[in-house]
Design a protein around this ligand. Structure first.
Ligand SMILES: O=C(O)CC[C@@H](O)C(=O)O
Ligand SMILES: [Zn+2]
Length: 523
């Protein structure tokens, strides 16, 4: 209630943002119109700038004008230098990597990179930028795949890279509170030493920041088991665009004292504020982990295997992922990875995580026996030892990397009813014919999340015109989502979600976790 009253006193200033993003406006105003407020710089970056960049558009090509923000002056720089001595970067060489996204498909022209260490510093930066009408681009590990993590024009980059402290960890409740710039893998290592794990894991773990993960509501490889960040994140600290600090850093499993404000910031991609700290519920480290890598001759058989797997492995199932034969060829060709089983049209990675090795292995072997004897699975291998587990996982985790060697990749992160996910890949292949070099499918079967990737030797407007809006219409017809876990960035620029989906669904696109346990950088 107190927090809500504070919001209610904020002046409403939604201005031009909402004319470009009417669907968000509608949603938010029904929640609390005052909350829309002066997050303008941030909101603008995400909803407008990242959709209209002129510098180097990703999937698309249009170049709308820069909006009327101020330019950074010597006085601004003096202010930043006094606040962040040695952490106000203006050297163009040092700025280069922060201006370009991981895929190297979009590039901004920021001339200032700020590296705060504390929430108070973030607050002072945003207060100053708000007063001076300077645009800001919050940035985590810059590993996002939708072109949302880098500036579009000359926005100031606010990096969370020096906000990397663990604040507290309670080894009874398993609740971790840390700064937003903690690298996911560092948190995992920290927790593993204490007998816990992070509830999320993704290929970019070595670089992505937890603040970016939360702000994009990243999904990843463990969602099937622990649910989405909407369930595991217990509290957030956020700095609003005018510099005010919103402390919702609760560490409670249960709290029904009113609206769950932190949910507004999970998945809102930096548009409403900069996440500066996160409290997250962490599961115990499983005592026994097994990974099975299996081959299937059809997607139908893969789905049948999934059903049997859920039924037979039950509570120990922690991941069910897939890749198709084209992905495997790219892994072999570009990364020199070896397929450990006989060639198949589809491959599955199944992970079990439990507390009793004998029990888990017995269950897994019964399941494997069943799917092999019923010919659902044609071949397979199982790993229980850490290095072999890692090797099997890299066949799934490194597909994105393998694709980067193919030229330009058009990426689509689609949620669909699970039985439809591979139909889209096949239909797209038929639709594009020879136009594309590769049309590949992989992803999170357990979450109904397909990563459809289409490559061509270089950027190809004719190919793009054949892919879009076909892919969106196809997805819409099956009531899917065009951003399952990666968020919306510059590469999804021409898509107005409200055209394809109801505004409400679009805004609240994640779901709470049914288990109570529940994507990177600031896109
Ligand atoms: O590159 C992609 O399209 C997907 C990346 C990531 O979400 C994954 O699941 O591997
Ligand atoms: Zn994914």
């Amino acid at each position: 209630m107190g927090i809500f009253q504070r919001f209610a006193r904020l002046p409403l200033k939604s201005t031009y943002i909402w004319s470009l993003c009417p669907q968000y406006s509608t949603d938010l105003t029904t929640v609390d119109s005052a909350l829309i407020v002066r997050s303008s710089q941030l909101i603008q970056h995400r909803c407008v700038h990242s959709r209209v960049m002129g510098a180097s558009p990703g999937n698309t090509g249009a170049a709308p004008p820069r909006l009327p923000f101020s330019r950074v002056t010597q006085e601004d720089l003096a202010f930043f230098r006094a606040l962040l001595p040695g952490r106000t970067i203006t050297d163009p060489d040092l700025l280069k990597s922060s201006n370009v996204d991981w895929l190297k498909t979009v590039e901004g022209n920021s001339e200032v990179l700020l590296r705060p260490k504390t929430t108070e510093e973030v607050s002072q930066i945003l207060r100053h930028c708000n007063e001076r009408n300077l645009a800001v681009c919050p940035q985590g590990g810059n590993t996002g795949l939708v072109g949302g993590s880098v500036p579009v024009f000359d926005e100031i980059i606010l990096s969370t890279s020096l906000m990397s402290q663990v604040i507290t960890f309670d080894n009874i409740s398993g609740i971790l509170t840390c700064q937003a710039g903690c690298v996911l893998e560092n948190l995992s290592n920290y927790l593993e030493e204490r007998g816990f794990i992070m509830p999320l894991d993704l290929g970019a773990k070595g670089s992505c920041h937890i603040g970016g993960n939360v702000s994009t509501n990243a999904g990843g490889l463990r969602l099937l088991r622990y649910g989405s960040l909407r369930g595991t994140v217990l509290g957030l600290e956020v700095v609003l665009a005018d510099g005010r600090i919103l402390n919702c850093l609760a560490t409670l499993r249960k709290d029904n004292t009113g609206y769950d404000l932190k949910q507004l910031f999970i998945g809102s991609e930096g548009t409403l504020g900069v996440i500066t700290a996160v409290s997250i519920l962490c599961p115990h480290k499983p005592k026994a982990v097994n990974v099975a890598f299996l081959g299937c001759s059809s997607f139908q058989q893969l789905l049948e295997t999934f059903q049997r797997c859920r039924g037979m492995l039950g509570e120990i199932l922690s991941a069910f992922e897939f890749l198709d034969a084209s992905c495997m060829s790219l892994l072999e060709k570009h990364l020199k990875l070896t397929n450990p089983i006989t060639e198949s049209p589809f491959y599955i990675v199944i992970e079990t995580a439990g507390s009793n090795a004998t029990h888990d292995e017995e269950k897994l072997h019964k399941f494997l026996e069943e799917v092999m004897t019923s010919s659902l699975v044609t071949d397979g291998t199982v790993a229980t030892e850490a290095t072999k587990i890692k090797a099997l996982w890299s066949l799934r985790e490194r597909v994105t990397e393998a694709l980067t060697h193919e030229g330009y990749t058009y990426k689509y992160d689609i949620s669909l009813p699970v039985e439809k996910i591979y139909d889209l890949v096949q239909d797209m292949r038929g639709h594009l014919g020879d136009m594309a070099k590769n049309v590949v499918g992989y992803g999170h079967v357990g979450d109904g999340n397909l990563h459809l990737n289409i490559t061509s030797p270089s950027k190809d407007p004719a190919l793009l015109a054949a892919i879009e809006p076909y892919v969106y219409e196809w997805t819409s017809e099956w009531k899917g989502s065009i951003s399952a876990e990666h968020g919306l960035g510059f590469n999804s620029r021409p898509v107005r979600p409200c055209t394809y989906f109801s505004p409400l669904r679009c805004f609240w696109r994640g779901n709470g976790s049914p288990t109570g346990f529940s994507g990177e950088n600031y896109p």
